[in-house]
Design a protein around this ligand. Structure first.
Ligand SMILES: Cc1cc2nc3c(=O)[nH]c(=O)nc-3n(C[C@H](O)[C@H](O)[C@H](O)COP(=O)(O)OP(=O)(O)OC[C@H]3O[C@@H](n4cnc5c(N)ncnc54)[C@H](O)[C@@H]3O)c2cc1C
Length: 295
């Protein structure tokens, strides 16, 4: 199986897409419609997130496995250290290897229920993503990605500390990093500058999400960990009661964001799809990145 970095190298710029494991049968049908729609765009890779526990973890493994076995796509499985002993983590990583998944996004995860609650490591588990990177690396020929935070991780004391930990995680064996959502291209570019200034040249991919509804905007604010900038609020909030106008303005905004990032030479754009394909396809189309056969 091809690695994420090989796929990124073979296209410039690349697009990649992220899905969540389905919660039920209806969700699964919706997810697979989105996967099939986006498969036609030949993304560099598709990733499947890893839930806080229980059956959603099995569904990450089964969805990633189906992507590996039944599609032309390159899958990447997320993995977290939440409530896992090292032995269990080894087991999951072994499963990924057995189903032919060689790309893993190694993230620490948050305490279930309250993301800002106290982090309590499993007694036989890990404390930081850096350790998970090293574990995945030690278990085979994996291509490993990590998370990066344009505004700094919410638990970091300041941006310098955040950068130090990010660079140390990259040096522990990560091949690339994917950034959390952000609002302005400069927010991502400053993260890229901080990492470069620390002497690290690992590939950084911006994470973007089509803003189609007030709900997706609220989700972006929540995930970014930052406040909605005033100029964006001024463009979007007055349209909250007009679904069509909100969607049009949101797609314009994300297209402008991506355009500027591409002009600044990012190697690709990672789309958080929330298991929908239409808006992602629309933005990719407006950026002129659709393969010829689907234009
Ligand atoms: C692209 C992306 C994908 C994600 N996918 C998932 C997913 O599938 N499932 C899920 O549950 N969550 C996911 N998350 C969320 C992620 O798990 C949380 O944001 C989590 O709080 C941080 O994970 P991390 O891997 O960055 O942790 P870490 O890198 O371990 O960092 C956690 C905190 O500890 C600090 N730190 C790191 N190393 C050290 C050290 N050596 N000493 C002291 N402090 C240190 C960091 O600065 C940071 O504040 C994702 C996030 C992103 C951006």
């Amino acid at each position: 199986m091809t690695s994420v970095v090989e796929r990124l190298r073979s296209r410039n710029p690349a697009v990649s897409v992220e899905f969540m494991p389905p919660r039920d049968d209806e969700d699964e049908r919706r997810l697979w419609r989105a996967i099939r729609e986006l498969e036609a765009l030949d993304p560099a890779f598709v990733s499947v997130t890893y839930g806080a526990g229980g059956s959603s973890r099995d569904r990450t493994i089964s969805t990633t496995s189906r992507v590996a076995q039944e599609t032309t796509l390159t899958p990447m499985a997320h993995l977290t250290a939440v409530n896992h002993s090292v032995a269990e983590l080894r087991n999951v990583i072994g499963w990924y290897a057995a189903i032919g998944v060689r790309n893993v996004l190694a993230v620490r995860g948050d305490p279930p229920g309250d993301p800002m609650g106290e982090w309590i490591a499993h007694p036989q588990g890990l404390t930081y993503a850096e350790e998970l990177v090293a574990l995945v690396r030690s278990l085979g020929d994996f291509c490993v990605g990590v998370a990066a935070f344009p505004y700094g991780h919410p638990r970091s004391a300041d941006l310098d500390t955040d950068t130090r930990h990010l660079v140390s995680k990259l040096r522990a064996g990560a091949d690339f990093a994917i950034a959390q959502l952000f609002f302005h291209p400069d927010d991502f570019l400053r993260l890229r500058d901080r990492v470069a200034a620390a002497g690290c040249d690992t590939t950084l991919l911006p994470g973007v999400m089509p803003l189609t509804t007030p709900r997706t905007l609220a989700k972006t604010v929540e995930l970014s960990g930052a406040e909605l900038p005033r100029e964006l609020a001024a463009r979007l909030e007055p349209l909250a009661g007009d679904a069509k106008a909100f969607r049009a303005a949101g797609i314009d905004l994300v297209t402008e964001l991506c355009d500027r990032l591409l002009a600044e030479g990012v190697p690709g754009l990672h789309f958080y799809t929330f298991n929908r394909s239409k808006a992602t396809k629309e933005v990719i189309g407006r950026l002129g990145l659709l393969p010829a056969h689907v234009r």
